[in-house]
Ligand binder design. Structure first.
Ligand SMILES: CC(C)(COP(=O)(O)OP(=O)(O)OC[C@H]1O[C@@H](n2cnc3c(N)ncnc32)[C@H](O)[C@@H]1OP(=O)(O)O)[C@@H](O)C(=O)NCCC(=O)NCCS
Length: 182
C-alpha cells in the first residue's frame, strides 16, 4: 500500500518510497556486509531488478508499506511495516539506515517513533513487533526507547552467514494503549 502524506519529526521525514528511489546506491546498501549483517537481504545477492520488484509489490500489496527515511533532503534509509494482519491488527517493522554517515545520530530512534505513531494513530493497529539478533544492541536500544519490550528469545534461530554460526533471535513488541475496537 502507499501512504502519500509525509510523516515528519525534528530531524527526519518519512515518505512513501517512490520507485524513482530504487537506484544502485540503495542496492549497494543491501549488499554491503557491514550494513546487512542483521537483515534479511544478506541472505541473497541483491539486484536493482529484485529491489524494484520488492518495492513495487509492497506498494501493490494490502499488507505493507515502505517509506524512505530522508534527512537533509537526502534519502538515507528505509523503514517498513509488513505482514499487517487484517483481524489481529498487528504488523512487523523493519528498518535500515543505509548511509553510514548517519549512524549513531538518533535517526533509527526517530524513524521508529514515526512509524509507530503511523501504525497506532493512523492505521489503528493493535500491536507492532520487530525481530532482532540478540547481539544487535543498537537496534534493540532504538526499539526500547520507543516503548518496545523484549518478549521472547529464540535460541539458535538465525544464522550469521558471514561467520557460519547460529545466533539467538529476539522478538520485541508493543501494544497500542489507544486501540479502538471498530
Ligand atoms: C541498527 C541501526 C538501525 C541503528 O540506527 P542508528 O540511527 O544508528 O541508531 P540510533 O542513533 O537511533 O541509536 C540507537 C541506540 O543505539 C546505540 N548505538 C548506536 N550504535 C551502536 C553500536 N554500534 N553499539 C551499541 N550501541 C549503539 C545508540 O547510542 C543509541 O542508544 P543511546 O540512545 O542509549 O545512546 C543502524 O545501524 C542500521 O541501519 N544498521 C543496518 C541495518 C540493521 O541492522 N537494521 C536493524 C535490523 S533489526
Amino acid at each position: 500500500m502507499k501512504y502519500e502524506k509525509i510523516l515528519e519529526s525534528k530531524n527526519i521525514c518519512l515518505r512513501n518510497l517512490d520507485l524513482s528511489y530504487c537506484k544502485q546506491y540503495y542496492v549497494d546498501w543491501l549488499n554491503d556486509t557491514s550494513i546487512n549483517a542483521y537483515i534479511e537481504p544478506r541472505l541473497y545477492h541483491q539486484t536493482l531488478e529484485g529491489v524494484t520488484k520488492y518495492v513495487k509489490e509492497l506498494h501493490e500489496s494490502s499488507d505493507g508499506y515502505i517509506f524512505g527515511i530522508f534527512c537533509d533532503d537526502k534519502h538515507i534509509g528505509n523503514i517498513q511495516l509488513s505482514a499487517i494482519h487484517p483481524i489481529y491488527k498487528c504488523a512487523k517493522i523493519g528498518y535500515v539506515i543505509g548511509d553510514k554517515n548517519y549512524w549513531g545520530r538518533g535517526i533509527a530512534t526517530e524513524a521508529i517513533k514515526l512509524i509507530k505513531n503511523f501504525g497506532f494513530d493512523i492505521l489503528n493497529l493493535h500491536r507492532l513487533e520487530a525481530f532482532v539478533f540478540e547481539e544487535h544492541i543498537a537496534s534493540q536500544k532504538a526499539l526500547e526507547k520507543n516503548g518496545f519490550a523484549k518478549e521472547a528469545t529464540f535460541i539458535d534461530k538465525v544464522k550469521d552467514i558471514q561467520n557460519n554460526r547460529w545466533c539467538n533471535y529476539c522478538v520485541f513488541g508493543t501494544v497500542n494503549p489507544n486501540y479502538k475496537e471498530l
